[in-house]
Design a protein around this ligand. Structure first.
Ligand code: SF4
Length: 474
């Protein structure tokens, strides 16, 4: 039987393992939940699976470097993640009021991480380990990689690397980039020469340091601050080039320096996604939080499965495509079934699979074949204002997966609680999926998002017109 254990979180636990040195420190702004729904946990487990010694530092105190130094200096580097949710969203309501609970912290306690932890932790890591490579990643770093409007400050902020003194930033789905960076650092390469990894960004004084000679320059930080049209041009370029097949590297000048954002990584293949999903997670909150009331965020995901990544919906107000990309990849049916089968042996499992979803539950393959060769279309969305004629809306693979999950002994119900794209579902003329969705997979409420009822507004949002929702409703 496979022996599983949590990653070490203290010097004592390292010594128990007989470690007198370790390779990578992984820092997270969330509590340590050893579950594949937590991005930093995935990165830490992935590094472990590549043979490195990895220690985990969750929610360190940030008044001084004490917690960063507590486990000693890592041999190769520090990876920092700002948590599953952008810290400002985690801390404040849309009305900019302080939230009273943080479901990613033990006991729901607020105040266990700073605002903008990626910046704070990178500064502390630099103080603690001046010569050690620092890599920031995760949602906060990824979505703030370029100069961006920040709602909380009500101003355009610099790309996060100008505030967080890291050597590299990984954006999007970071597994491949992380493995390559780790491998090169472990071989003794200087972090300053790691300039050509897809899905990473860095700051340089010399724009020729960009390894991609067909790089495109977008309006500078100064121009996007001064002129909204320049901001719009920069944003458009950033979205257009975020394509793993046809995307270019982008440069953005900030004062006398350049932000270089290399082209995105290809999405993980099915086999790679399976491997990542099936690393030896404990699927539990670390026991150090038991006395503090546990970590509520596990409850939503404990018996849920993520079967896909990416979203070709491409709604104009949503940042998901800018992080995970528009190209869908998915896990194999067998891998999802193994995960659910394993639930059935968990004493807490009562027979209900809470979700078989992802960014959009009913996307289980690329929206068309063409994009596999040419990339996603630059100039149109797959589903709005009307579905593209090339769209492949066949739901049979998802349907089959759900049928197989329902048949697992011990499973009473399989719910879909991630949102579905009903406009995409209506394009599947067989209608079988809709029938079974209604019959077996709705746990009280089906989540759909028409977003608005005025077509002009929906056009700005990149959503289908309201008559599509009315058709679905009827
Ligand atoms: S051809 Fe159509 S379905 Fe394919 S990427 Fe372009 S818009 Fe999407």
């Amino acid at each position: 039987m496979e022996f599983k254990q949590y990653l070490p979180v203290s010097r004592e636990e390292m010594v128990e393992r007989g470690w007198y040195y370790y390779d990578f420190l992984v820092v997270t702004a969330d509590a340590y939940v050893d579950h594949p729904s937590f991005g930093t946990t995935i990165i830490a487990r992935l590094l472990e699976s590549e043979g490195y010694r990895v220690a985990l530092l969750a929610q360190p105190k940030w008044k001084d470097t004490g917690d960063f130094l507590a486990m000693g200096k890592p041999r190769y580097g520090v990876f920092i993640g700002g948590g599953n949710i952008d810290s400002m969203v985690a801390h404040y309501t849309a009305a900019k009021k302080r939230r009273s609970e943080d479901s990613y912290s033990p006991g729901g306690r607020i105040g266990l991480r700073p605002d903008r932890p990626t910046i704070v932790y990178a500064n502390l890591s630099r103080q603690a380990f001046p010569d050690t490579p620092i890599i920031i990643g995760g949602l906060e770093a990824s979505l703030r990689r370029y100069a961006h409007y920040d709602y909380w400050d009500n101003k355009v902020r610099r790309g996060i690397l100008f505030d967080a003194p890291a050597d590299l930033l990984t954006y999007g789905m970071g597994e491949r980039a992380t493995c390559e960076i780790a491998r090169r650092l472990a071989k003794g390469e200087k972090v300053e020469t790691i300039r050509n990894v897809r899905g990473t960004a860095f700051v340089t004084k010399d724009k020729d340091a960009c390894a991609y000679k067909d790089a495109v320059e977008c309006p500078s930080f100064e121009s996007v601050c001064a002129d909204k049209m320049e901001y719009a041009i920069a944003t458009r370029l950033e979205y257009e080039e975020h394509d793993p097949i046809r995307g270019h590297a982008l440069l953005q000048r900030h004062g006398k320096e350049y932000l270089v954002v290399n082209p995105p990584q290809m999405p993980l293949t099915t086999a790679e996604l399976d491997r990542v999903a099936e690393l030896p997670y404990m699927r539990e909150v670390h026991p150090m939080y038991d006395a503090l009331g546990g970590v509520a965020a596990i409850e939503e995901v404990r018996f849920s499965v993520t079967h896909n990544r990416g979203c070709f919906g491409g709604c104009n107000f949503c940042s998901l495509a800018f992080h995970q990309g528009r190209m869908i990849t998915c896990r194999s049916q067998e891998s999802v079934i193994r995960e659910v089968e394993a639930f059935t042996h968990d004493p807490k499992f009562k027979g209900y699979v809470h979700d078989v979803g992802g960014p959009t539950a009913n996307f289980r393959h690329t929206s068309c074949e063409k994009q596999k060769k040419y990339g996603m279309c630059k100039d149109r969305n797959c589903l709005s204002p009307t579905p593209c004629k090339n769209i492949d809306a066949d739901h049979s693979d998802y349907l089959q997966l759900l049928r197989r999950l329902r048949a697992i002994p011990g499973v009473k119900k399989v719910f879909i609680r991630s949102g579905i794209r009903y406009d995409y579902m209506l394009e599947d003329k067989k209608g079988e999926f809709f029938t079974e969705l209604v019959k077996y997979h709705i746990s009280g409420q089906l989540k759909v998002a028409p977003e608005h009822c005025v077509d002009g507004v929906l056009d700005y949002m990149g959503k289908p017109h309201f008559d599509v929702f009315e058709k679905f409703w009827a």
